[in-house]
Design a protein around this ligand. Structure first.
Ligand SMILES: NC(=O)C1=CN([C@@H]2O[C@H](COP(=O)(O)OP(=O)(O)OC[C@H]3O[C@@H](n4cnc5c(N)ncnc54)[C@H](OP(=O)(O)O)[C@@H]3O)[C@@H](O)[C@H]2O)[C@@H](O)CC1
Ligand SMILES: Nc1ncnc2c1ncn2[C@@H]1O[C@H](COP(=O)(O)OP(=O)(O)O)[C@@H](O)[C@H]1O
Ligand SMILES: [Mg+2]
Length: 282
């Protein structure tokens, strides 16, 4: 399997043009954090802001709004009980699922998004949205690019392949018939693109086994697609950097917190942008 490495990330993360503004760097909407899962959407949204999004809008439970505003004042927050649908047309990327839960309300929201999203927008489907997608036999909408980010059990639900039987051949066969890129999250997560060779990371480790780690990845994939090219390489770069930061932190820590990965994003991305600049100058 092809290995996703640092050289690929250097190609993706480019220095910012001087005459750019917040609108240049993607409007990302993140939807989730219902019931007792407020933290999940907070962590996903933090990754989107710290990963560079110009404008982040969070759609969540009305009870989570104050906490979100205090945790992440850079983000705009709207309740799912309000008319969030009218804001979707302005988004470059929609991330749905972190802490969405599997209630009837959550299913209604997911169906709404699938109905409203357009072929000019990217969609990242994570967490409970994957479970709802699998359990209700929904069809994926037509988008610019759709990325699914299941852990192995979520992938079992979506693909029908038992965890013990998940391998590059069985996984690829399912992805070839899905109009989406899939990250199967595990130790050394794998990235599948329809009809292209599978790839994997060889960074990351068990210090990442903390609730919210996948939510953080979903937000990061969303903002990478928003501000960089809409390609599988960009998804691979987000996957790599998430775990590469964890490795660095784990040199001095027993566990790595998801929010700490987001804290490290601006400096790590500056490093890769500098590498990109140096390579182009040489
Ligand atoms: N702070 C918050 O608000 C947080 C909110 N969160 C939100 O919660 C929602 C539900 O998501 P979920 O992942 O917790 O539950 P679910 O989909 O039932 O999967 C768990 C089942 O799968 C199994 N399993 C097997 N292999 C696995 C693997 N490689 N990785 C992981 N699990 C694996 C696992 O096996 P077990 O642990 O029992 O051995 C168990 O039986 C979702 O919206 C998410 O965003 C969380 O992010 C946490 C922080
Ligand atoms: N042992 C491990 N080695 C490498 N990465 C791990 C390990 N355990 C968990 N992770 C990473 O942590 C994240 C877990 O995702 P997920 O289960 O969706 O978390 P959550 O839903 O709690 O945010 C994935 O990116 C996964 O690859
Ligand atoms: Mg998850």
């Amino acid at each position: 399997m092809q290995i996703i490495d640092e050289a690929l990330v250097e190609q993706i993360i480019t220095p910012r043009p001087l005459d750019s503004h917040k609108g240049t760097y993607a409007r990302v909407m993140l939807i989730g954090g219902l019931q007792h899962y407020h933290g999940a959407i907070m962590l996903a949204s933090k990754a989107a802001v710290y990963g560079g999004s110009g404008l982040v809008t969070v759609v969540t439970d009305s009870q989570a709004i104050t906490a979100l505003n205090m945790y992440l004042p850079e983000a705009m927050v709207i309740s799912y009980q309000d008319d969030y649908q009218k804001l979707i047309i302005n988004q470059d990327v929609v991330v749905i699922g972190p802490g969405l839960g599997t209630s009837t309300q959550a299913l209604t929201i997911l169906k709404n998004i699938f109905a409203i999203i357009t072929p000019n927008q990217c969609l990242v489907i994570d967490g409970s949205a994957l479970t709802l997608f699998a359990n209700n036999q929904l069809s994926l909408p037509i988008t610019k690019l759709t990325v699914l980010t299941p852990h192995q059990m979520e992938w079992q639900r979506v693909s029908g392949i038992k965890i013990a039987d998940q391998n590059d051949i069985t996984n690829q066969a399912i992805v070839d018939n899905l109009n989406a890129i899939v990250i199967v999250k595990k130790h050394h997560s794998e990235l599948y693109t329809p009809h292209l060779p599978a790839q994997k990371i060889i960074v990351g480790g068990p210090y990442q086994a903390t609730g919210g780690m996948g939510d953080t990845l979903a937000g990061l994939v969303g903002i990478f697609l928003g501000q960089f090219k809409t390609t599988a390489k960009t998804v691979a770069a987000a996957l790599y950097i998430h775990s590469a930061i964890a490795d660095k932190l784990a040199a001095k820590q027993y566990v790595v917190l998801p929010s700490h990965i987001s804290d490290c994003l601006p400096a790590t991305m500056a490093h890769f942008a500098q590498q990109n600049h140096n390579k182009k100058a040489n």
